[in-house]
Design a protein around this ligand. Structure first.
Ligand code: PMP
Length: 366
């Protein structure tokens, strides 16, 4: 068996220990005589799985009692709609409420566009003028005190930027798409109204979306056309079991939570991730061939885009890296170049192997 170093942005590398455990429990989950994929989501065994997953996630992330944890389907993209539907407050005059969006890349731009379908979404700041290579300054945003929420994408997967500092939104709830940084470092949950993300990057297999939402934002007075299944109240009241949940995915997420806990939790994860990112950025900063594309102060610890300046050389790099067991280094189709996603489960040895390969490639192609 040969495992490659997989730099995919998601679905992405999972911890080998987790994959082995899931494999060993595939035919008979702990004496049940069946796999988690086959069991009723109403069974005692699955109840144990989802409750333990929630408890472990709460412990890892330090989720206060006053927040609900939801395990949902539909990907992060469904939340682009669910967030305005649930959080924009209907006004007495029949209008739908307002929200401020900070557009720092393709994902927040999509979320902004979606929100405009349901209410008055405003762009409080954008870094599109700079090709999304930076994050708008958190201290000079045009935020409105009457907004129902302020929306950010805390780590933009495609452009490889992350917020070095959270905006101060006062009493207005801060909503964060944390898809590509979830559980890569500690977060102060109490600073947010809602944090969400698709699991398929740092947490588990595709098909699970995690929403951590403050109690007072889980309400009945959502926009009236909100489908029942998209109301946070529906799933919060049902413990995420209003309909059939992504059971297998939740189980694997639970294994990843335990894997993280055994390795010192999120503070230790941040240390490992900073160390890995440093190895790659240090090399990029002195390279005469490769160039990182994100502004230094805003660089992501998770997604590292870079280019040579030549499309032909970029394509050769990606192909030769693949042949050397370094997978999925092609940049997002919208921007080209290269991107190395170095999530929690990417070992330091993987990043070192990438840098050694880049050094060799540079020596041969300068
Ligand atoms: N937000 C971010 C930051 C992402 O990286 C992605 C997917 N790469 C999405 C949202 C969309 O996620 P999904 O495909 O799960 O809908």
């Amino acid at each position: 068996m040969a495992r490659v170093y997989n730099f995919s942005a998601g679905p992405a590398v999972l911890p080998e220990e987790v994959l082995r455990q899931a494999a060993s429990e595939m035919l008979d989950y702990r004496g049940c005589g069946m796999s988690v994929m086959e069991m009723s989501h109403r069974s005692a065994a699955f109840k144990g799985i989802i409750e333990e997953a929630e408890a472990d996630l709460r412990e890892l992330l330090g989720v206060p009692e006053s927040y609900r944890v939801l395990f949902l389907q539909g990907g992060a993209t469904l939340q682009f709609a669910a967030i305005p539907m649930n959080l924009m407050r209907p006004r007495p005059d029949g209008s739908s409420g307002t929200a401020d969006y900070i557009v720092s890349g393709s994902w927040s731009k999509k979320a902004f566009k979606e929100a405009k379908l349901y209410g008055e979404a405003r762009c409080a700041a954008s870094s599109e003028d700079g090709g999304f290579s930076y994050v708008p300054d958190a201290d000079s945003l045009g935020l409105s005190p009457d907004a129902d929420y302020v929306y950010i994408c805390q780590n933009e997967t495609i452009y490889g930027t992350r917020y070095p500092k959270l905006p101060d939104t006062g009493n207005v709830p801060l909503v964060s798409d944390a898809s590509s940084m979830f559980l890569s470092e500690p977060m102060d949950v109490s600073r947010y109204g809602l944090i969400y993300g698709g699991a398929q990057k740092n947490i588990g297999p595709a098909g699970v979306t995690i929403v951590v939402v403050r109690d007072d934002l889980v309400r009945d007075d959502v926009l009236p056309f909100t489908p029942t299944i998209m109301r946070y109240k529906t799933q919060a009241d049902a413990g995420s079991l209003s309909n059939t949940p992504p059971a297998w995915g939740i189980y694997v997420c639970g294994l990843v939570f335990k894997w993280l806990k055994e390795r010192g939790g999120l503070a230790a994860a941040r240390e490992r991730n900073e160390e890995k990112a440093r190895v790659l950025y240090d090399y990029l900063d002195q390279s005469k061939l490769f160039k990182g594309t994100a502004r230094k102060e805003d660089r992501s610890l998770m997604n590292v885009p870079f280019v040579t300046g030549s499309d032909e050389l970029d394509a050769r790099f990606v192909a030769e890296a693949k042949a050397a067991g370094l997978e999925s280094l092609k940049g997002h189709r919208s921007v080209g170049g290269m991107r190395a996603s170095i999530y929690n489960a990417m070992p330091r040895e993987g990043v070192e192997a990438l840098v050694r390969f880049m050094e060799r490639f540079e020596a041969e192609n300068r």
